[in-house]
Write a protein that binds this ligand. Sequence first.
Ligand code: NIG
Ligand code: FE
Length: 421
Amino acid sequence: MKATLIIENIDSLITIRGENKARAGLEQRENGLINNGIIAVKDDKIIYVGEGSLPDNIEVGENTIILNGEGKTVTPGLIDSHTHLVHGGSREHELSMKLKGKDYLEILAAGGGIHSTAKATSNASFDELYKKAEKSLNTMLSFGVTTVEAKSGYGIGDFDTELKQIEVANKLNQNKQVDIVSTFMGAHAVPEKYKNNSDLFVDKLINEMIPYIAEKKLAKFNDVFCEEGVFTVEQSRKILKAGKAHGLIPKVHADEIVSLGGAELAAEVECISAEHLIGASDQGIKAMAQKGVIAVLLPGTSFNLQKGTVARARKMIEENVPVAISTDYNPGSCPSENIQLMMTLASLSLKLVPEEVIVGVTINAAAALGLENQIGSLEVGKKADIAIFDVPNLDYMIYHFGINHTDKVIKNGQLVYEKNQ
Ligand code: NIG
Ligand code: FE
């Protein structure tokens, strides 16, 4: 078999090999490290992963691209499993409000926050939204990301805006190298006009929006912001169950700011993942473990919210909840596309060891998107989505923070990003 691309002499080849499923507990540390590694690709698939040199049955031809992995760390393409990629405008004015002590939920309740992004998103044309999201996507790719989840949610009752966001994400998915998986998040905030009767809006979501999204196959997942002053646990349950009945896989923004029982709800509804979980209770964590719900933790958000609280990642790992790490890239609670920064925060603020962190942005993130059989590890037959970092080992990558370590990115077997020398 003739290889189309080879990376040889790799100092640290982090394969994440093993079962194609989310890793929990001690298994979350298993990252399949090979020193002096070599990997071969044919077209868009991996055909060999090992140590030293290639076996005889793999040929190198004139056109085979050969990359040198000396001094480098190679990982599966990173997966950002929770983002609000497509939106209009920005919210830098909230920085000084926050410094003066204004709370995120206070700003939201006063009609700012998510509502101000909803206005900007509604006012933006399709092309404006496309260009802005494309720029962010390019930034994500430059950090080593090859698959991104993108939520809608800035329509806030305006279904056309919601559809515009999803269509932008789906068009980017067609046109760009990075894969995008869409999530419908019609339940992101209660529209002004339903303020005193949010159940009516929930009915609209259930009876009109969710069936339409499912029927037109516009999204894979259905997400709700289950939070004090936003959607209650009961309302969230209804919305997630309705989505499930229509074939949309449930995800939930749970216990982000106030501890409401979102983790328990995620287990009850059998969400694929529960996200944030800063205030998740002991019972909620246990229930998630029992149902195999993945915890998608967003340490950039807790850092940016500046409340002095973070998700209890160690407790989750102790209780056998698989943990994924993501940016939550959005204009309010986490305006950063930098997954490498999130990896450092996962380590320093959530106290995960580097081996747990890398599993959190590869196979566990893939599983949070239902893609564990295609991506998230470097093994024969899997998609050739590969990131090469200019660091000798994983510890170094997480320790030397705030800069971009990416050297090259390979997507579907093609070299799609190369650092300017
Ligand atoms: O994940 N919490 C809800 N949604 C986002 C923030 C969105 C925004 O502030 O615009 C989050 O934190
Ligand atoms: Fe979010």
